[in-house]
Write a protein that binds this ligand. Structure first.
Ligand SMILES: Cc1cc2nc3c(=O)[nH]c(=O)nc-3n(C[C@H](O)[C@H](O)[C@H](O)COP(=O)(O)O)c2cc1C
Length: 319
């Protein structure tokens, strides 16, 4: 069973993916945050994020957020020009500004739109496609109207997040609906949603041995080392994990320093990293990091956090 790293706009940037892969390994596929058409063209940051020179030595599938066949075509050509042979189609994004324009999970109630979109993939036999989706936008049965179309489309796999778009990330994942989807879907399935620990992964593996893989998002941002524990032959000690996490953070921070315009932006970006990173680290020290007012204060607080963490018995929380 493969482990995939979910696309997370604003977090899993090219440099993050590269550093994660180099530091920890264990992830079979990373996905780029979605590439979309804005005012007829591409956003510069999207082009930079998928540029081959920024993605060397990392297994990357670029993701697209098309609304119709024409956009799918435009984005497919961009990916092909950049040397990619696999594209992921986003039919899961729940954010209202996206979904209310019938993109992401907002396209799911519109069977004809989905059909036309997926039909357009047949124009590019040189490109492999996968789909990342939710159960629906308004209700948990919308996928039932689409399953024949999905099954008839040439896809490498479907990643299913078993919530509806309207839920955003609230409420529980709907495992009953997931099972029903899996029974009707002919494609390999990757499960996504609320997988946060080694125990969560093992539970899914035991319940669904036929799964092709598991995609983790926020859980891997929180505990980026989990991928190495799943696949590596050598099991690092807790202290080694923390030391490596410190080094991983510092490498990320260096790239932020090199690419930020001024200290305010640097701090903003560094603080944003901690929205999901290491929620289980010592509380007082973590608070000092996110409340720091200068780059120096930030770095001192981070160093203190890791030193203090190393001196404690971390127990099983780390996993
Ligand atoms: C901040 C944020 C940004 C996201 N960006 C994307 C995106 O660009 N493309 C996408 O398909 N999903 C995106 N997602 C959804 C995640 O890929 C994933 O499906 C979701 O977080 C649920 O998985 P998790 O519980 O393992 O985090 C985003 C989620 C969050 C919280």
């Amino acid at each position: 069973m493969q482990l995939h790293f979910a696309p997370l706009q604003g977090y899993t940037t090219a440099i993050y993916r590269k550093l994660h892969h180099a530091t920890w390994g264990g992830v079979a596929q990373y996905y780029t945050p979605f590439v979309r058409i804005e005012k007829g063209g591409f956003r510069n940051k999207d082009i930079a994020d998928i540029a081959p020179h920024n993605n060397t030595d990392t297994p990357v599938i670029p993701q697209m957020l098309p609304r119709d066949a024409q956009e799918l075509q435009q984005i497919t050509l961009l990916f092909l020009e950049n040397g990619y042979t696999h594209a992921d189609i986003n039919m899961g994004c729940p954010f209202p500004p996206v979904a209310l324009h019938k993109r992401g999970s907002g396209i799911l109630p519109y069977k004809e739109m989905v059909e036309q979109l997926l039909q357009a993939t047949t124009r590019y036999p040189e490109m492999q496609y996968s789909v990342k989706m939710r159960l629906g936008w308004e209700n948990r049965n919308e996928w039932k109207e689409l399953i024949d179309i999905l099954n008839a489309t040439r896809l490498t796999h479907i990643t299913l997040h078993p919530r509806i778009g309207r839920q955003q990330y609230k409420g529980n994942v709907d495992m009953e609906a997931f099972e029903e989807f899996a029974q009707h879907c002919n494609h390999p399935i990757i499960y996504n949603g609320d997988v946060n620990s080694i125990a969560d992964i093992q539970k899914l593996q035991a319940l669904y041995p036929q799964l092709s893989g598991i995609m983790m998002g926020r859980g891997l941002l929180a505990r980026p080392y989990l991928s190495t524990l799943l696949t590596g032959d050598l099991k690092p000690s807790n202290a080694e994990i923390i030391e490596q996490t410190f080094a991983f953070h510092n490498a990320l921070f260096e790239t932020l320093q090199a690419t930020s315009q001024g200290e305010t932006q640097l701090l903003q970006r560094a603080h944003a990293l901690w929205e999901y990173f290491l929620p289980h680290a010592p509380r007082k020290e973590r608070k000092a990091v996110v409340k720091s007012h200068s780059a120096t204060q930030y770095q001192q607080a981070v160093e203190k956090l890791f030193t203090s963490w190393l001196s404690q018995d971390m127990g099983d929380e780390i996993f």
